[in-house]
Design a protein around this ligand. Sequence first.
Ligand SMILES: Nc1ncnc2c1ncn2[C@@H]1O[C@H](COP(=O)(O)OP(=O)(O)OP(=O)(O)O)[C@@H](O)[C@H]1O
Length: 269
Amino acid sequence: MTAYLEIDKVEMHFETKRGRFHALRDINLKVNRGEFITLIGHSGCGKSTLLNLIAGLIKPTAGTLICDRKEINAPGPDRGVVFQNHSLLPWLSCRDNVLLAVERVFGDRETRAQLIARARAALALVGLTAAEAKRPHEISGGMKQRVGIARALAMEPKLLLMDEPFGALDALTRARLQDELMKIVQATGSTVVMVTHDVDEAVLLSDRVVMMSNGPAATIGEVLDVPLAPVREAPRLRLELAHEPAYLQSREAVLEFLYRKQAHLEAAA
Ligand SMILES: Nc1ncnc2c1ncn2[C@@H]1O[C@H](COP(=O)(O)OP(=O)(O)OP(=O)(O)O)[C@@H](O)[C@H]1O
């Protein structure tokens, strides 16, 4: 089976005032359709850079990224992106923020009523029907983030890219949105690549946790297969997992990588 997303020998350098900066080296990763992947690593190791490469927002210095057999060289509606800061337009209602994205993808082949129906369905999926007419300043941080997710989902992307989508939220809101995301993934079967700093979030949600080494010239250090039933089959239940050996061992493996293996390298550098 060919992978849905294929990252092959990717290198990323940035030209800076102080010369060339080697951000990523020899990144190789294959993601299958329907898989949920998280990228985890210490701050500055290049997680967002890798996500931006997949989104097509930046181009690699070397190597190739292929999505659904086509080389990625620009952003596209097949890849929906959710950033940490919702980036909503403040003068538009929640519905119109979502509608804007929907129009870009489906505007040339659907009526306005159909486009509005799509925007409303996406807001319903994240539980925001009641807030449709509100503008961003009238809703909470968690709700804004849900509008951002609705906007990405409304484009029906085959690949959902999320850069610390819940990073700015309090722990309870974060847990609620993680649960919601699991339900959405089950309903849509989306393939997801998500950047996170949070070990529990990574293990709770993913089929595989991709652990990155420290930069400069960061690369994929280890990939952990999480031996739990995939979220796309049934949302995982956090309270049950708290005592589940497979969950606890996975969590320990990620902590070990981040705080023992990578901490040593950092100290030695
Ligand atoms: N446009 C750019 N120009 C120069 N250097 C950059 C650029 N973008 C990122 N970098 C550098 O590349 C490295 C990786 O940055 P990136 O934002 O991808 O890390 P990250 O793992 O997402 O960090 P964090 O977890 O703190 O968000 C950092 O050292 C950063 O300073």
